[in-house]
Design a protein around this ligand. Structure first.
Ligand code: PMP
Length: 451
């Protein structure tokens, strides 16, 4: 029996040991090489074992492995913050670095609250948040309260925050009406958000929070063009903050460094995570715009918050090296080019599959939604655990591919899905191989199920 506790796995299951990684492959204890088609959970943006990143981390450990940011800043933190601010075209003005996406979301929530307390005309009645039914924002109490991930929420409902409510996501496959144009669809979703502000009392809402492309909750769901602009306009109408959670979809994953660049909006704050450090160290961040920062500067001058490991120098050195490699090797451009091929291959091989309901995504962030009936879009019985069967099948020796599979988790919207997120420096050969192997895995799983 293993003493390690990966608590969301069966406790009695022996863990599979991963011994090493190189590029897009992870080597297991039994010698098998697994094609990492998902980078864990859209994390490994440079693949595994990048020499420049490894060296930067070693150099930083040799120089200064830790100091508390309450007393000192460090070179890698300052350089990373400058790089990130520059990457937004100075549209964000400060960077707060933490160790996980959940911590970044918690910080965004608390900073929103503090912002309204410290305004020249304070608004202490602003205590509420509006998020979306189909979303995942993290696992801690605050961030879990923001998300609409039903399965992860349900045991903890009684201890989640009562001041978060949820509106419909923008998911054209699932909730656009027949014959509805983009404009009509956006107007309907905007009306719903407006009505939610009205229901809560618009003067009581701190912020609206959304993922530019929904990740873990439903397998890469981009919004229709113009959606975020309409949502931001409603936030502005009611003086609430507009926050984007780019933990999964940001830092190049969708083909621009920040996903909002494609939406013609700038958020008041944005969280970033996975592609920031590429998995080389635990790191995530909150980028904060001028509106919030100026208010704090003119008031108490500090954020009443803090973690022991915030701005960790080794994590910052790793992320800085990851971002420099992305810049030097023009990898966001490669994300766009390989993304085009990825979409072509997925559509070519899987569109006609009787159980592939939807193929959607951006850049190197693609999702496939599986349905029992393509016409009615009826999902499979969740008890069938289809998504997890696909994930496990992929890991069998004859396929040796790592796929991120999940079950639909938002109110009224169910569905098994597969999320694909290869590294930004992936090759044409790897893209073709991922789709070929995935096709074979699906044939095998559906063959066994005889559906
Ligand atoms: N936000 C989003 C959009 C995410 O995808 C995730 C993680 N899947 C988180 C927040 C939470 O990040 P972490 O697991 O690092 O706490």
């Amino acid at each position: 029996m293993s003493p390690s506790a990966v608590l969301h796995r069966q406790l009695h299951q022996a863990p599979t040991l991963a011994l090493s990684g190189e590029g897009s492959y992870i080597t297991l204890e039994d010698g098998r090489r697994i094609l990492d088609a998902t980078g864990g959970a859209a994390v490994s943006c440079l693949g595994h074992s990048n020499a420049e990143v490894r060296q930067a981390m070693i150099d930083q450990i040799n120089q200064l492995s830790y100091c508390h940011t309450a007393y000192f800043s460090t070179k890698p933190f300052e350089e990373l913050a400058s790089l990130l601010i520059e990457s937004t075209g100075e549209k964000m003005s400060k960077v707060y670095i933490v160790s996980s996406g959940s911590e970044a979301m918690e910080a965004a929530m608390k900073l929103s609250r503090q912002f309204y307390l410290e305004k020249a005309n304070p608004e202490p009645q602003r205590t509420k948040f509006i998020a979306r039914k189909q979303s995942y924002h993290g696992i801690t109490i605050g961030s879990l309260s923001m998300g609409g991930h039903k399965f992860r929420r349900e045991l903890f409902e009684p201890i989640l925050l009562p001041n978060v409510s949820h509106v419909s996501p923008c998911n054209p496959y699932r909730n656009r009406k027949d014959g509805e144009s983009n404009e009509e669809y956006i107007a309907r979703l905007a009306d719903e958000l407006d009505a939610e502000f009205q229901r809560l009392g618009p003067e009581t809402v701190c912020a609206f929070v959304a993922e530019p492309v929904v990740g873990a909750a439903m397998g890469c769901v981009p919004s229709v063009p113009g959606y975020f602009k309409a949502m931001k306009a409603i936030c502005e109408k009611y003086g609430a903050l507009f926050i984007l959670d780019e933990v999964m979809s940001g830092m190049g994953r969708c083909g621009t460094l920040h996903a909002w660049e494609q939406e013609d909006v700038v958020p008041d704050m944005q969280t970033i995570g996975k592609g920031l450090g590429g998995g080389y160290a635990p790191i995530a961040g909150l980028l904060i715009g001028d509106k919030v920062i100026k208010t704090l500067e003119e008031s108490t001058g500090s954020f009443r918050h803090g973690h022991t490991y915030q701005g960790h120098p080794v994590s910052c050195a790793a992320a800085l090296a990851v971002q420099r490699v992305i810049q030097e090797e023009n990898l966001v451009e490669n994300v766009r080019a390989m993304g085009v091929l990825f979409e072509e291959e997925l559509r070519k091989r899987l569109s006609d599959h009787p159980h592939v309901g939807d193929i959607r995504g951006k850049g190197l962030f693609w999702g496939i939604e599986l349905v029992r009936d393509k016409t009615t879009k009826e999902p499979f019985d969740p008890n069938l655990q289809l998504a997890f069967k696909i994930q496990d099948k992929g890991l069998e020796a004859k396929y040796s591919i790592s796929l991120y599979c999940g079950q639909g988790t938002a109110d009224g919207i169910a569905g098994d899905h597969i999320l694909l997120a290869p590294p930004y420096n992936t090759t044409r050969e790897e893209i073709v191989r991922i789709v070929e192997v995935l096709q074979a895995v699906l044939e095998d799983v559906f063959g066994e199920l005889k559906v």
